[in-house]
Design a binder for this molecule. Structure first.
Ligand code: FES
Length: 146
């Protein structure tokens, strides 16, 4: 057995290595555009602190998706005020939507449900939706990451 460990690489093992690297590169070339589709918020950037346009016209229970920096964020108006959570599902990065009737965030990819506080109710996500900072100044509402 120790004699096999010192053998020089054969043409066959070199070709196997080339095939493995080629397969890896092909997988990456196919996967990366798909992941970019699932995570469109990562494509561009924007201001790190954003005013929620039309916030004064939102009714309690209503939500809207905005962009804060490079991240998609869902802003929801509750009776007690506004809250904002990342729209990026903590499972595989699909975008969640706010469902007013059930007061929950829904992920279309694997049917995950988050409650109105971003906590996982059901499905595979390993963590709650990260919360964003909301500041209400007069009738204006601002959202930032920290
Ligand atoms: S990506 Fe949201 S549940 Fe899988």
């Amino acid at each position: 057995m120790s004699g096999q460990m010192n053998k020089p690489p054969t043409r066959r093992s070199f070709l196997d290595l080339i095939l493995a690297v080629g397969s890896l590169l092909t997988t990456a070339a196919v996967s990366i555009p798909g992941l970019m589709y699932l995570w469109p918020a990562a494509k561009g950037g924007g201001p790190a602190k954003v005013e929620v346009e039309g916030a004064d016209q939102m009714t309690p229970g209503q939500g809207k998706t905005i962009q804060v920096g490079s991240q998609a964020v869902v802003v929801v108006r509750h009776r007690s005020g506004f809250k904002a959570y990342s729209a990026v599902c903590t499972h595989l990065g699909c975008l969640v939507t706010w469902d007013s009737p059930t007061k929950s965030f829904l992920c279309p990819c694997h049917a995950a449900v988050f409650d109105e506080n971003g906590k996982v109710v059901s499905g595979p996500p390993p963590a709650p939706l990260p919360e964003f900072v909301v500041k209400e100044i007069g009738d204006k509402v601002f959202v930032s990451a920290a």
